[in-house]
Design a protein around this ligand. Sequence first.
Ligand code: PLP
Length: 355
Amino acid sequence: MKKIYFDYAATSIKRKKILEDILENADKFDGNPDSSHSFGREAKKILEESRGKIAKSINANPSQIIFTSGASESNNTVLSAFADKKIITTNIEHDSIENTYNPEKTILLKIGEDTNILDQLKEKLTDEVKLVSIMMVNNETGLIFPIKEIGEFLKDRDVYFHVDCVQAYGHLDIDVNAMNIDFLSLSGHKIGGINGFGVLFARENLPSFIKGGEQEKYRRAGTSFVIGAYSMAKSFPYMIEEREMIRELKNYLIESLGKTGLAFEINDNPEKYVDHIINIYFKDYRADFLLTYLDMYGIGVSAGSACRAGAVIPSKVVERIYGSERAKNSLRISLGFENSREDIDKLIEVLGALR
Ligand SMILES: Cc1ncc(COP(=O)(O)O)c(C=O)c1O
């Protein structure tokens, strides 16, 4: 049985070309980039080249790029630095934001079916607010927030702007200058890099969240993960090449869903969501049943985010936007570079057999 992976928003399939390339050049990654011998210098060269490429991908300066263990750490670093300040964020951020901010000092923008986030922000922003943290693309529904417009509004105000760009990176253009972003979080494994590597773009230095050595110019201690940086930097150009193909697959999936004969609705307006994430409400079937059923046919999908230790827990985001009954029957399908029309045909056939 051919297995089919539709859970790229949880983590991408690894790019075999990059893994092979790493193995072929394995000795270049041996040294610690902070060692002064030739092994160290070789690793340092790769680390800094990767930093340059990642910086360029978001129009940042390499000196503004801090390597971390993942976007959770990047998000924690920013939110913790503002723990005693008033902040504004949304009620559908990733758990690494939601479990870090100080609720007593936080104003939540509440996302509903037809929310205008900018209007809410304009209404809630006061001089006391020192940080606005808003994700670019929601990881559970694919909803896109108007980051450029928000950045424009915040531009000349005395407030920092943090954007969690994990699910946008590679799928949408990001420009930290044009978008007036002060801090931004990225994750390598969502685009095909090795898990456990992330990026924090910081226009200004924040207190180091992980304390220890002098790595990352004192901004983040710990021996650098050279292969993590390399695999992320190498993956990015592929993401740009694959955009058109993913868009085409999303349209094909939406067109084909009707053939299942199941009653369904897409969670969120397809015009407003990113191409690789489609969240679907199946009126007559529970998500935990569908997930197990599809898994029996080797098809991997998810209900909400993957951060909940293997349990099938309904999407908190669908729940907050549409209510808990709808969330219990909603599945997230997230597309990536190894998917094809045949994979979608198989999904439709297996779902159709439920009728
Ligand atoms: C929107 C968003 N932010 C942050 C994270 C955390 O990223 P990482 O796995 O690199 O810690 C994720 C991962 O699911 C995500 O989707």
